[in-house]
Design a protein around this ligand. Structure first.
Ligand code: AMP
Length: 307
């Protein structure tokens, strides 16, 4: 079986130097599922309100995403407003309306409980824990979070981080969580909590993956046109976990390849607003960009240098 993901399905209002989208489709679970669906089966756990249009749910279903675990309850859908300046690396949150998220009690359909891969996308850490407790014997559990939860629920978040195999987090948030300005030291501190790997997302600077005794670096694909970075992190995580669930290869090599697939997916997502680029993305484009990534980082071994 593929991946179970819990996270937000949202309305976003986003402003970048290149335009503005009001009440567009967003949410950590939306981006994650859409990206992962290119590689594997995805089952979604999330909540929306009465105001959420059926067409967005139809879109997820058109990607074969299982929405049995998507609850619709009275109230308004989670709404996030954010802004980016010309430095598109860090979003500035203008407003977060939790709305139905405050009433949400995830109750996983029976068919979800034997999932091998579980992704706890950015959402209230208490909800991440409730979902984690309902999945019986996952082979791999990874999680994400953001500054909002680091400041409002640090203890609940710490408990989640102690129970997962891989933590995927933004550079700024790794620093905020540990109070540590040096990223390598921050990584060591997070790994010391109990996870095996830490994947640090660094926007246009790419990704660093730490274990207790190794570091792997992948660049971000150098794009000429970046319109909206919203969802890049979740799209990265979807490609990363999707590829791992597809191959089942959890070796160091396999995980490094998954990092590159995650980076490829994120590089597409930022080319347009909301999920617009993902909606028209084709698998052959993913393969082509993977090849370009390989070329971007390929150089001779030191033993092959001409003296
Ligand atoms: P990112 O991949 O980090 O750019 O995530 C962007 C998505 O995260 C947006 O579509 C938002 O709807 C969602 N989001 C923003 N704030 C939160 C929050 N506090 N909890 C969960 N999801 C959020």
């Amino acid at each position: 079986m593929g991946i179970v993901v819990v996270g937000t399905v949202a309305f976003d209002t986003v402003e970048t130097p290149f335009g503005r989208g009001e009440n567009v489709l967003g949410g950590s679970a939306t981006y994650f599922s859409t990206s992962a669906s290119f590689f594997t089966d995805v089952s979604l756990v999330a909540v929306v309100g009465e105001d959420f249009p059926a067409e967005h749910i139809s879109f997820l279903q058109s990607r074969d995403i299982n929405t049995d675990g998507l609850q619709r309850i009275p109230g308004k859908t989670f709404h996030w407003s954010g802004k980016y300046g010309y430095d598109l690396n860090e979003a500035q949150t203008l407003d977060t309306q939790l709305n139905v998220l405050m009433e949400f009690r995830p109750n996983l359909p029976e068919s979800y409980r034997d999932a091998d891969y579980l992704f706890l996308a950015n959402i209230d850490p208490d909800l991440q824990m409730e979902v984690l407790d309902q999945v019986r014997r996952p082979k791999l559990v990874a999680c994400d979070t953001m500054n909002f939860w680091i400041s409002s629920k640090p203890e609940a978040l710490k408990k989640v981080l102690q129970k997962v195999d891989i933590v995927v987090i933004n550079e700024g948030e790794a620093r905020q969580f540990t109070n540590q300005s040096n990223l390598v030291k921050a990584a060591r501190e997070i790994i010391a909590l109990g996870c095996k790997r830490l994947v640090v997302k660094r926007g246009e600077y790419g990704v660093l993956m730490f274990t207790a005794d190794s570091v792997f670096a992948a660049p971000a694909y150098p794009l000429e046109e970046v319109f909206d970075p919203t969802g890049a992190g979740d799209t990265f995580a979807g490609g990363f976990m999707g590829y791992l669930a597809n191959t089942g290869d959890l070796s160091e090599e396999g995980i490094r390849q998954a990092i590159v697939f995650g980076s490829v997916m994120a590089s597409f997502n930022v080319e347009d607003f909301s999920l617009d680029r993902m909606k028209r993305l084709e698998y052959r484009e993913i393969e082509a960009r993977y090849r370009s990534f390989k070329a971007l980082t390929s150089f001779r071994d030191i033993n092959d240098l001409k003296s």
